[in-house]
Design a protein around this ligand. Structure first.
Ligand code: KG4
Ligand code: ZN
Length: 337
């Protein structure tokens, strides 16, 4: 007889980059979720690792405390703790990881070590509770750009990945070049509303005709050359460049997803990672998905960017399988999927 899935109460902790986050889930129900985004990096135009570690150290106790307060629960109510152990910045990871180890020891509960990238793949399942593998996932974040054939929990095949920059990285670098702020993704997304996406024809690198890999470095160079040639772009020029750049990235991502749908035959497509917050990308992929008769799922904004709810959700799945980690496990900055 198939038994009902257990619905453990899991505390999730995330501190791999510049978000200090904690969440408490009961099964896939998010009881409370807090994300503290570090603002200190804005003035440097990118995440400064040492400052990130310090800010996590400063914030983590308060973030966890507030999460319990808003859930109206106590540490003794938690069945297991799940935490990101990689990939990410070493010092940043260590803050969350060691906090979670201490919590697990103190409460004598199972400890679950989560791969941050894997957690991004499952994030849409927080919103769409009926969504389950198999599905095709386009994971686009600041550190990763990949197409993944998700067959089950910890059962995937990477179909394509970036050969140079990640999609989010190219947004961030372009924004830095245009001096319009950080992080680049949301800024370009907003600025593009007042720009003409057809103003500049940036190259769309699609690689070999059947390739599912990505390359964004050529596009970045093209933006650099364009900006150099057109000295001191005014506000309207910047909006046009932003919109044209965004259009080029979206065109490439769209074509790669189309190829992957054709190659795999998947009928469910999931969009995940920080760049999944991009409105133009969502709009264009939805149009294409409808046209191809496939279902497209994308998480709400709060689950697109780094968050602990997706870490706790992965924890729920691991808990059900009994996949617990040893407290000796260390942080792995370059952890692979
Ligand atoms: O998933 P995430 O929060 O962190 C990583 O694991 O990398 O992704 C952050 C990335 C940044 O590069 C940011 O610029 C990008 O996601 N991003 C966006 C948008 N919101 C965030 N890119 C394009 N459009 C957006 N609206
Ligand atoms: Zn991430």
């Amino acid at each position: 007889m198939i038994t009902q899935e257990v619905n453990p109460i899991i505390l999730g902790i995330e501190s791999s980059c510049d978000e200090t986050s904690a969440a408490i889930l009961k099964g896939f129900d998010v009881i409370s979720h807090i994300v503290y985004s570090q603002m200190i990096h804005k003035k440097y135009g990118g995440v400064v690792p040492e400052l990130a570690s310090r800010a996590h150290e400063h914030a983590i106790s308060q973030v966890v405390h507030s999460t319990f307060e808003s859930a109206k629960l106590a540490p003794g109510d938690i069945d297991a703790i799940a935490v990101t152990y990689g990939p990410g910045l070493m010092g940043a990871l260590l803050v969350g990881l060691n906090y979670a180890k201490g919590f697990a020891l103190a409460q004598n509960i199972p400890f679950i070590a989560v791969n941050h990238v894997e957690a991004h793949l499952y994030a849409p399942m927080l919103e769409f509770t009926k969504l389950a593998p198999p599905f095709l996932c386009l994971l686009v974040s600041g550190g990763h750009t990949m197409l993944v054939d998700v067959k089950g929990v910890r059962d995937f095949k990477i179909l394509g990945t970036t050969r140079d920059d990640a999609a989010g990285e190219s947004f961030d670098k372009t924004a830095r070049l245009l001096k319009i702020g950080y992080p680049g993704g949301p800024v370009i997304d907003t600025l593009s509303d007042s720009g003409d996406p057809g103003a500049v024809k940036f190259p769309r690198s699609l690689l070999e005709p059947d390739s599912l890999d990505f390359s964004f470095s050529g596009m970045k160079t093209a933006v650099l050359n364009y900006v150099k040639k057109h000295n001191e772009p005014n506000d309207q020029d910047k909006a046009n460049i932003a919109a044209s750049f965004q259009e080029a990235v979206v065109d490439v991502l769209k074509e790669k997803v189309r190829r992957a749908i054709v190659a795999t035959g998947h009928r469910q497509v999931v969009l995940a990672g920080g760049v999944a917050a991009n409105r133009r990308l969502r709009f264009e992929l939805k149009k294409m998905a409808d046209h191809m008769g496939v279902d497209l799922f994308y998480p709400p904004l709060e689950y697109c960017t780094d968050n602990a709810a997706m870490i706790a959700a992965t924890g729920v799945m691991y808990y059900r399988k009994g996949w617990f980690a040893d407290l000796e496990i260390g942080a792995v900055p370059n952890l692979k999927l």
